[in-house]
Design a protein around this ligand. Structure first.
Ligand SMILES: O=C(O)Cc1cc(O)ccc1O
Ligand SMILES: [Fe+2]
Length: 428
């Protein structure tokens, strides 16, 4: 089936059950480990939480596959196969505001793994605590190669180019303005059809969750049914040389095997990759006065043990109307105990119209003062306060010159708030 016709299963964290229609009834009935599985498949559990994690947070999936995952040659270190790191102490701390110009997409053949490049991060996968922010810049697909991260969950934000992602649990297409999450351990291969770029947030502690809604009520922000998981899909390819790449404690390792790992014919469970279209975000915001904190735009959060304090929040600045009266509407000047990393998908960001570019990034580390640039401050302090549509590319002073297009549901900006002392690579 063509990538644009893929079918998905809807719902965040649901218990799904799916079977490739080419092998009906491949999913065992009434039990997980029959003495003999249908079609002679192998049963394999993928655990995403401790066996004993509370029921409401327990995540696992049962895979029914042509060959068990253990059939591979030993892993060997790959050396420096890309520009990722977890050695945060290699650069001296820098409390300054940091801005990266758009990360350059190479002209030669570079795939998703070799095009990964760490921008900042903190903590260590060994402690199961911390995060890393990477950028990917790639031009070609991963031919007969897949990867998985033993370290954390990958939240992938395409900025340029649609990604065709084959996973053990099926296939997902993710274009700019969509995001996808690949859980720790799930093997995946990324195919692209041209120069492609985006951001990756890798979290070591915990699964991503939907934020609690409190007084907002039972609906709003990112609605659970808009999260889409793949349907089972397999290929039966044997006698080939396939490479499985593992990111393990920040290092990269490779094992050969003679078959495709995308041989899962059926699966059931609640540990799955998923995607989400940011255009579906139901925006809640201030409608009388004052500027609401940007946490109101949280799509997903990775909670820490401390109530209300995330390891990382994934936040967007969605298209919306600004209607507040007697209010300075752009972001206020502030200092924050959380660090703020931003990527720009489309258009411009009102607080930094002339410096932050799509495919670039900013980092405002904990307690580093920041806020709107002088031009934004001047305009927003004096402009008549009409209702104004804020969309990617129609912001701030540009609004007057462009007509507001409310049908444009592209999200300009992503913000990752994280509760860490972090390191930023300014030499990249
Ligand atoms: O710094 C930024 O641009 C992000 C941000 C936006 C906002 O509306 C309020 C606080 C904040 O940190
Ligand atoms: Fe900020």
């Amino acid at each position: 089936m063509a990538w644009h016709q893929l079918q998905y299963q809807s719902g965040f964290g649901n218990e799904f059950a799916t079977c490739d229609p080419r092998c009906p009834d491949a999913l065992p009935k009434g039990q997980n480990n029959p003495q003999k599985c249908p079609y002679g498949l192998y049963a394999e559990q993928l655990s995403g939480t401790a066996f004993t994690a509370p029921r409401e947070s327990n995540r696992r999936t049962w895979l029914y596959r042509i060959r068990p995952s253990v059939c591979h040659e030993p892993f060997a270190a790959l050396g420096q196969c890309n520009d990722t790191t977890i050695r945060w102490d290699d650069e001296p701390p820098n409390p300054n505001q940091t801005l990266w110009r758009p990360f350059e997409i190479p002209s030669g053949a570079v795939d998703f793994v070799s095009g990964l490049h760490t921008v900042c991060g903190a903590g260590h996968p060994r402690d199961r605590c911390g995060l890393a922010i990477h950028v990917y810049c790639c031009t070609v697909g991963m031919a007969d190669t897949c990867m998985y991260s033993s370290d954390g969950h990958f939240l992938i934000v395409p900025q340029q180019g649609e990604l065709h992602i084959t996973t053990e649990l099926g296939r997902l297409a993710a274009k700019p303005n969509e995001i996808c999450v690949i859980p720790q351990g799930v093997k995946f291969a990324v195919d692209v059809s041209g120069p492609s770029r985006g951001y990756v947030l890798e979290v070591y502690n915990n699964h991503f969750q939907l934020p609690n809604l409190g007084p907002i009520g039972a609906n709003g922000l990112a609605n659970p049914r808009d999260f889409l998981s793949p349907c089972a899909w397999f290929e039966d390819r044997d006698g080939i040389e396939f490479h499985v790449i593992s990111k393990f404690q920040g290092g990269w390792f490779r094992a050969r095997q003679q078959h495709s790992p995308f041989d899962v014919v059926a699966w059931h469970g609640n540990l799955t990759p998923y995607k989400y279209d940011l255009a579906n975000f139901m925006v809640i915001n201030a409608t009388a006065f004052d500027h609401a904190d940007p946490s109101i735009f949280t799509v997903l959060t990775c909670p820490s043990e401390r109530p209300g304090t995330a390891i990382a929040d994934f936040v967007i600045f969605p298209p919306r109307w600004a209607v507040q009266e007697h209010t300075f509407r752009p972001p206020y000047y502030h200092r924050n105990c959380m660090s703020e990393f931003m990527g720009l998908i489309y258009g411009a960001y009102e607080a930094k119209e002339d410096s932050l570019r799509p495919g670039g990034a900013t980092l405002h580390s904990m307690m580093t003062p920041h806020g709107p640039d002088a031009q934004c401050f001047e305009a927003a302090s004096t402009e008549p306060l009409q209702p104004k549509h804020i969309a990617a590319g129609t912001q701030a002073s540009r609004t007057a010159r462009r007509s507001a297009n409310t049908a444009d549901r592209r999200t300009a900006l992503t913000l990752w708030l994280h509760n860490y002392t972090q390191f930023a690579r300014t030499n990249t």
